[in-house]
Design a protein around this ligand. Structure first.
Ligand SMILES: C[S@@+](CC[C@H](N)C(=O)[O-])C[C@H]1O[C@@H](n2cnc3c(N)ncnc32)[C@H](O)[C@@H]1O
Length: 307
């Protein structure tokens, strides 16, 4: 019997026990859960790594990845296994929510509190290649005009260093800008580079990106007005989803808002948050009189009543 696929002749088929070991490894390094039906993901997305390392079988490749002191193979596995699907203004409604409700309300509140140059802090968790971050900057520029009048900082993180590198460069193909941006927006916010488009520096500097595993209790911290955490929990099992969303809740300022994916739910995960609705959008805010503190040492989020 030849254990080969038709598309990758030199690469053997992943056997069930090998898949179990790979699934445990991927779960350990990323939280992503791959059940046996996802064997094809290991088989196809790691085929190049298999060939370049000259591994003898899938268990041997896993050994090499685990023992690589540079961590390079591990990064390659994470880059290959993560699904970085995203687009500009993905799902539209969160950006309408920001434009028509959350940002105007935030600015009003801060002005009442006495701020002249209003601070706006936004976090995009699992930002992939950065489209969510740049969509937010474009929306804010369209809404507010001169953004330099505001103290705006938008941070994006992702576990894939390849995705983070593209986000930091701000360079997109015409196919990518065509997904969600109008020609007028491309013209205004991008310059042309080598057959693609690069976010203009005067907008790009408002964003910062770095690599972070959202399940690593030491990897993310801060205090934000808006936290996006969309379409990453869908790759996790319930336990990791609970850790993820509780961590996100702990990153909110007392009046901050958490926005999750359109198919996702927080039910049962964050007792200190309540769902609020505006037109067709849902977002989450702290219930009055509750707080959430993140303890990196224990990895636990302590939710308490402040009443
Ligand atoms: C489908 S994309 C979603 C991108 C964006 N949030 C959106 O909704 O358009 C999922 C992203 O989650 C990232 N990811 C997966 N596991 C992660 C983890 N444990 N920590 C941080 N990012 C992770 C992947 O690298 C990928 O870029």
């Amino acid at each position: 019997m030849t254990h080969t696929t038709s598309t990758a002749a030199a690469v053997p088929v992943v056997k069930p026990d090998e898949m179990r070991a790979w699934s445990a490894f991927v779960h350990k390094v990323s939280g992503i859960f791959l059940d046996p039906s996802k064997t094809y993901l290991i088989q196809t997305r790691l085929a190049d790594l298999y060939r370049t390392t000259g591994a003898g079988d899938w268990s041997d490749l896993l050994r090499r990845v685990q023992m690589d002191p540079t961590g390079r193979y591990r990064n390659q596995v994470v880059n290959a296994i993560t699904t970085n699907e995203t687009s500009f203004f993905r799902d539209r409604t969160p950006f309408d929510l920001l434009r028509h409700k959350l940002i105007p309300d935030l600015i009003d509140r801060r002005r009442r509190e006495g701020y002249k140059r209003v601070p706006i802090r936004i976090f995009s968790a699992a930002c992939s290649t950065g489209q969510e971050v740049y969509s937010t900057i474009i929306m804010l520029d369209e809404l507010l005009g001169d953004l330099l009048k505001y103290d705006l900082q938008i941070a994006g993180t992702d576990i894939s260093d390849q995705a983070v590198a593209q986000a930091s460069s701000g360079v997109y193909s015409p196919l990518e800008t065509g997904r969600g941006l109008t020609p007028a927006q491309v013209n205004r916010y991008f310059q042309t580079v080598n057959g693609g488009f690069k976010v203009r520096d005067n907008y790009r500097f408002m964003a910062s990106f770095r690599k972070a595993n959202l399940l690593d209790p030491y990897a993310v911290s801060g205090s934000y007005d808006i936290v996006f955490c969309r379409n990453v929990g869908i790759y996790f099992r319930e336990e990791e989803r609970r850790i993820l969303f509780r961590l996100m809740a702990s990153l909110l300022k007392p009046d901050g808002a958490l926005i999750i994916g359109s198919t996702e739910s927080l039910t049962g995960f964050c007792p200190n948050l309540e769902a609020k609705r505006h037109l067709r959008s849902v977002y989450y805010q702290r219930k009055t009189g509750t707080s959430a503190t993140h303890s990196p040492a224990s990895g636990k989020i302590l939710i308490s009543s402040t009443r």
